[in-house]
Design a protein around this ligand. Structure first.
Ligand SMILES: Nc1ncnc2c1ncn2[C@@H]1O[C@H](COP(=O)(O)OP(=O)(O)OP(=O)(O)O)[C@@H](O)[C@H]1O
Length: 319
């Protein structure tokens, strides 16, 4: 394994990630650090003890060069939100060892999924890139940065169902987990949520929201390419939302096409880039998720936060 180029590094590992497989991965990472005296001196590893722990560890990591997060999108989201409490000049570079069920942010970065040794090698040889984040603020007083995805409506209901099923220790993961949660949510009726949305301060647009995804990177749901052109190095976020209400078979076909990013030519959907947007749901609180974590509210302001963080990407990263 090459010598570390990450500098003084604080590693956070979620032992509960990837349906508990994160625990063994944390032991493996600790073994790698302990086996090389130069690494042992440079790395400190902390295991999270429960939800919220990664955010508080990250918010006090200002003395480190690199914050290495091992886990899935949920714990990365916590770490990112913790880092955003630090002034930009004190924010350690974010490095990720993907060990999750969905791993969508890690897909954007181009890292080896659920193969900690391979990902660590990529990080040692990798390059630093500045990325933006999204920030959502709701009328329920919630405010959360997101590294990869924010969505409302059916796709959020599906994402939240995958989170619940993972907590209940399902053996499914990635696209299979998302697809079965999708079938469950669609078979219960495929509800639409009346809303008004405006983009970059424009006139409000009436919508009946079935799908409304705001992406910083291309995928959600463990690899569904909902916004194939989204890129965290761009100063804008990419939005995909329905403008028509398709019947169930058509919806299911779009859902299948989205696996490969082939849904975007459909007249049912619109894709747009925006620096900010406002969306107000008129009848009830919709399902809403940010990087798989639930967000409450009926009115939401979303904005991009350019140049929020430095991250490490593998050499040859295409963006
Ligand atoms: N020690 C812990 N015990 C239980 N839950 C934890 C612990 N540490 C963190 N968590 C919670 O576990 C949740 C899920 O973790 P994580 O995102 O790392 O894995 P995942 O759900 O398997 O992957 P993905 O989010 O990519 O699908 C996070 O929302 C986090 O709050």
């Amino acid at each position: 394994m090459p010598h570390t180029s990450l500098g003084r590094t604080l590693a956070i590992a979620n032992p509960a990630s990837h349906s508990g497989r994160g625990a063994g991965a944390a032991d493996e990472l600790e073994g790698i650090f302990a086996s090389d005296p130069s690494l042992a001196g440079a790395f400190e590893l902390r295991r999270t003890s429960g939800p919220g722990d990664a955010a508080s560890i990250a918010s006090s990591a200002g003395d480190f060069d690199t914050l290495l997060v091992m886990g899935g999108d949920g714990v990365i989201n916590e770490a990112v939100n913790g880092l955003m409490h630090l002034p930009r000049e004190n924010r350690p570079t974010l490095a990720v060892i993907p060990m999750g069920s969905g791993n969508d942010f890690a897909r954007t970065l181009g890292l080896a999924l659920n193969r900690p040794k391979d990902a660590l090698s990529q990080l040692f040889l990798g390059e630093r890139r500045a990325i933006g984040l999204g920030l959502v603020t709701s009328d329920a007083g919630e405010s959360r940065h997101f590294a990869q995805t924010l969505s409302f409506g059916l796709d959020a209901a599906i994402a939240l169902d995958t989170t619940d099923r993972r907590a209940a220790q399902t053996s499914q993961e990635g696209p299979a987990l998302f697809a079965t949660s999708g079938l469950k949510v669609f078979s219960s009726g495929g509800k639409c949520f009346p809303a008004r949305a405006s983009f970059d301060g424009g006139a409000p647009m009436p919508l009946r929201v079935m799908v409304f995804a705001v992406q910083n990177g291309p995928t959600y749901g463990g690899g569904f390419r909902i916004c194939p052109d989204a890129c965290p190095a761009d100063p804008t976020l990419c939005v995909c939302h329905n403008v028509l209400q398709p019947r169930l078979p058509h919806t299911l076909a779009l859902f299948a096409l989205a696996r490969f990013g082939l849904h975007t030519r459909s007249k049912v959907l619109r894709t747009v880039k925006a620096s900010s947007l406002d969306i107000r749901f008129e009848e009830e609180e919709p399902p809403c998720q940010a990087d798989g974590e639930r967000v409450h509210g009926t009115s939401f302001h979303v904005e991009s936060v350019p140049n929020a963080l430095d991250v490490i990407v593998p050499t040859g990263c295409r963006w």
